[in-house]
Design a protein around this ligand. Structure first.
Ligand SMILES: NC(=O)c1ccc[n+]([C@@H]2O[C@H](COP(=O)([O-])OP(=O)(O)OC[C@H]3O[C@@H](n4cnc5c(N)ncnc54)[C@H](O)[C@@H]3O)[C@@H](O)[C@H]2O)c1
Ligand SMILES: O=P(O)(O)OC[C@@H](O)[C@@H](O)[C@H](O)[C@H](O)CO
Length: 391
């Protein structure tokens, strides 16, 4: 059995590649990063270090890699694959769509049978998004054939996966906890054996939303608050009780989204929140806030982790005091190497914070906009988060 995975990055190696290898797949990565492709092909393996007390190292082997520019080889690998997966970052799905389209059409011509393509990104319905991108690259008839033989099951992935450059080479670092949830109904390849330790669900929506609007919301809020307070890692920031309190209260507000829309009980949500905070505080992890806070424009998007729970709970008349403060913190984040943060900062300089809030969050309600703006102004005056908590 062969699996082709686009994106030999942290989660590609730390979760998707790890589980596909455990499930007996022959694994090949596709990446734009020449160094990482060459490194993998030199050793045909990579190392994973578990971020627990024992720091167990596992070698994942055999693996190979193709550079994205080797189009013909990538197309051939798609034709031969039993499963195609991605974790390239949500904004890069449009970039992998052209070659995946070519490969799928060639597969269909070669009568290779049904296959599933799973995009594993931190966004709602990433596989459906990839399918939409593929649609832009093919004719209507071609899309009809693709749709009849290719499944695009949506998924949710969760594992803190980082990497570190060491003298022996790059090592992928992973927390012990992981989750890969795959929506059964989108799958078309009934011959594919189950992926070991993946969870197959009938409806993904409650889980992907909980992942994004609790785990990733909490992560983003911590990273942006940490930036404001001068911390460089999530773990050092959470040693500050004020930041931990703010995180917990923000997540408790967001929990109401889930008790309102789904069957989640409040105790269950509280347990999930405590488990999430404990994962973030794992003393064996040192997670850079610049990684966690990356791409703030994406994170402030209308349906994204910061904005969606805030606007929906506000519309329901439920409290959003901490959530609006969390949204405000994102407007301070600045990393010269992160184009999105640079864009936000120059937008604020040129248009002002009010315009920036409306523009990046696409929130139209004036009251909600001004709540975010008030928090921004107070934070700018160096007002503490605790003061916000008490308001
Ligand atoms: N790292 C985590 O803890 C984690 C956990 C869950 C979900 N995710 C999600 O997984 C995705 C990947 O995140 P990551 O942390 O692994 O990022 P990463 O930057 O470590 O890895 C992304 C990889 O994709 C490659 N890539 C980019 N554009 C490409 C293209 N056009 N073709 C082929 N390869 C391309 C990059 O070179 C890189 O190796 C994101 O959507 C992220 O939100 C990450
Ligand atoms: O990958 P992003 O940029 O969407 O979000 C950054 C982190 O919150 C994220 O990578 C988490 O580490 C991960 O989602 C945990 O499963």
């Amino acid at each position: 059995m062969k699996a082709l995975h686009f994106g030999a990055g942290n989660i590609g190696k730390g979760l998707i590649g790890y589980l596909l290898n455990k499930s007996g797949f022959d694994l090949c990565f596709v990446d734009v990063n020449e160094d990482s492709v060459n490194r993998m092909n030199r050793s045909n393996n990579y190392s994973l270090e578990l971020l627990d007390e024992n720091q167990t190292v596992e070698v994942i082997s055999p693996v190979c890699a193709l550079h994205s520019s080797a189009q013909e080889k990538v197309v051939e690998a798609i034709v031969e694959a039993d499963l195609i997966t991605t974790s390239v970052g949500a904004d890069n799905l449009s970039k992998v769509a052209p070659v995946i389209s070519k490969g799928l059409l060639k597969r269909i011509q070669s009568d290779k049978g049904n296959v599933d393509v799973i995009a594993n990104e931190n966004m709602i319905n990433a596989s459906s998004k990839l399918k939409d991108e593929i649609r832009r690259n093919v004719s209507e008839n071609e899309m009809d054939t693709i749709e009849s033989t290719v499944g695009f099951p949506n998924s949710a992935i969760d594992r803190l996966s980082l990497s570190e450059k060491r003298s022996e080479g790059e090592v992928t670092l992973v927390e012990p906890y992981y989750e890969w949830m795959i929506e059964k109904q989108g799958m078309l390849n009934s011959d594919l054996p189950s992926i070991e330790n993946a969870t197959y669900v009938d409806s993904l929506k409650p889980y992907i939303e909980r992942k994004l609007y609790i785990v990733n919301l909490g992560h983003a809020a911590t990273a942006y608050t940490a930036f404001l307070k001068g911390y460089s890692t999530i773990q050092s920031a959470l040693e500050n009780p004020e930041i931990e309190k703010f995180l917990r209260e923000t997540l408790n507000e967001s929990a109401r989204y889930f008790t309102h829309h789904y069957d989640f009980e409040s105790e269950e949500m509280s347990e999930f929140i405590e488990k999430t905070i404990a994962r973030f505080k794992n003393a064996n992890i040192s997670d850079d806030i610049l990684r966690v806070g990356r791409s703030p424009i994406r994170k402030l998007g209308f349906d994204e982790r910061l904005t969606k729970p805030t606007r929906v709970l506000f519309e329901l008349g439920l409290p959003v005091e901490r959530l609006t403060a969390a949204v405000a913190t994102a407007f301070f984040f600045h990393n010269p190497d992160d184009k999105e943060s640079v864009t936000i900062q120059s937008y604020i300089r040129e248009q002002g914070i009010e315009q920036a809030i409306a523009h990046f969050t696409e929130i139209e309600d004036a009251t909600l906009q001004s709540k975010i703006k008030d928090h921004y102004s107070r934070l700018k005056e160096n007002d503490s988060l605790l003061t916000i908590n008490e308001r």
